[in-house]
Design a protein around this ligand. Structure first.
Ligand SMILES: Cc1ncc(COP(=O)(O)O)c(C=O)c1O
Ligand SMILES: N[C@@H](CCCC[NH3+])C(=O)O
Length: 416
């Protein structure tokens, strides 16, 4: 469910016509809905209400300060993968005590900063990272709270580039080796073992891989208890998918129910790190048709958004719905390739989309709130689009459109 709907023959973002937003702020532009973000966060929080829990929104999905702030106000925690993301959370008013720090390559200065502000837990991904964290915590005279991210070797059934829980992936510690690594962690003086973490991939459309992973992790927790290592929290990561096209992923409530059934009476605190399922359908990318170019082979609609603005179609052959902002009856319906101005054949946002189009039309790429702006670039020296947040009948510029000076300012020529 989201808040981008047709009313009186045109697309609205909450109570604002998207065409008005385009007129005022230009295109391309990312438009987010506060109400949708809140609804998605609450779906998790309410489903989890009967057990100790923490929803740690995965900042990487959409790290705009306003997005983080909306979630922080609801009491959300955050899953971060860099000190940069940590600073965003702090700037947005997030509670560092509700932050979990994931990622395979944490640097010493990042660990130091996270310890200084008092993050909730480090999700450690290798035994060498344990040693580094132990040393940094020792220098600061503190104990670092740790979970080990275990790799349960489960096939998430998703795109290979966004699958993370298989033996061949770089993530986590092989679950078979985990007891040994936990024993080492428990013996290091500046670490405190708190939990277990796993994250098997993204855009999962069924609960069964999560449950397979959970079974393996629960067996590990029991094994650790037998060895005298008490696990207090279980972090199942993120990964729940959304509907881009025909997928029918479980709702957060179904997913949480399935996890809860397996957890039964265990007193573990459950941490989840959803990213996409909170942010994706809370955003659209609004773009305008610049030119129509029909050849014997294809019909191209050249739009003002490109792969630098939204790279998912080019990178993963991802399909995202593209809909007219003001549907009309002009011209024939045809199958269009919606392509951007970037000099790459892979620069498309959609192919073979049946639409009635004329130059100047506005289009909305749906489900663009996650892994959209955050993955954008300046390729072809294009200024990145603004991010706007709609809240009822108000539109807030939560990141202004870049200027050429933003791009060229930090650069310089060689000295004479
Ligand atoms: C460790 C970790 N947690 C959470 C997420 C968020 O995943 P998603 O956006 O699929 O919910 C990711 C990304 O896949 C991740 O790598
Ligand atoms: N960037 C990916 C998701 C990656 C998840 C992060 N581990 C996407 O757009 O689908």
């Amino acid at each position: 469910m989201d808040h981008f709907n047709y009313r009186d023959g045109e697309l609205f973002a909450e109570d604002v016509p998207v065409a008005d937003i385009a007129r005022q702020f230009g295109t391309p532009a990312y438009v987010y809905s506060r109400a949708t973000l809140e609804r998605h966060y609450r779906a998790y929080d309410e489903a989890l209400k009967d057990r100790p829990h923490l929803v740690c929104y995965a900042v990487k999905a959409n790290s705009n300060l306003a997005v983080l702030n909306v979630l922080a106000r609801l009491g959300s925690g955050f899953d971060i993968v860099s000190a940069g993301e940590l600073e965003r959370v702090l700037r947005a008013g997030g509670d560092p005590g509700k932050v979990v720090f994931s990622g395979v390559g944490k640097q010493e200065w990042e660990m130091r900063r996270a310890l200084e502000v008092g993050v909730r837990c480090f999700n450690v991904e290798s035994d060498t990272e344990l040693d580094r964290l132990n040393a940094v915590a020792g220098e600061l005279g503190v104990k670092a709270p740790v979970s080990l991210r275990v790799n349960p070797d489960v096939d998430a059934g998703t795109h290979p580039y966004i699958s993370t829980g298989l033996k061949e992936n770089k993530f986590g510690i092989d679950i078979a080796e985990a007891p040994e690594v936990y024993a080492r962690a428990a013996g290091l003086p500046n670490l405190e073992v708190k939990g277990v973490d796993c994250h098997i991939g993204s855009q999962l459309t069924s609960v069964s891989p999560f449950l397979d992973a959970l079974d393996r992790v629960l067996a590990l927790i029991d094994d650790l208890a037998d060895r005298g290592i008490q696990i207090r929290h279980l972090d199942m990561g993120g990964g729940l998918g959304v509907t881009y096209n025909q997928e029918q992923p479980p709702q957060p409530s179904d997913y949480v129910r399935a996890l809860s059934e397996r957890l039964g009476e265990r007193s573990l605190e459950l941490i989840l790190e959803p990213g996409r399922s909170i942010a994706a359908n809370a955003g659209i990318l609004v773009t305008r048709v610049e030119f129509l170019k029909c050849t014997d082979h294809r019909n191209f609609a050249i739009i003002d958004a490109a792969m630098n603005d939204l790279i998912r179609p080019a990178l993963y052959s991802a399909w995202q719905a593209i809909i007219p902002v003001r549907p009309h009856q002009d011209g024939d319906e045809r199958a269009w390739d919606l392509v951007g101005p970037v000099c790459e054949t892979g620069d498309f946002l959609g192919k073979d989309r049946r639409l009635r189009l004329k130059a100047g039309d506005l289009l909305a790429v749906r489900s663009a709130g996650a892994y959209g702006f955050v993955m954008s670039s300046n390729y072809n020296t294009r200024n990145r689009p603004p991010e706007l947040m709609v809240d009822g009948d108000q539109v807030h510029v939560v990141r202004r459109r870049e200027t050429l000076e933003d791009q060229l300012g930090p650069e310089s020529c060689l000295p004479e």
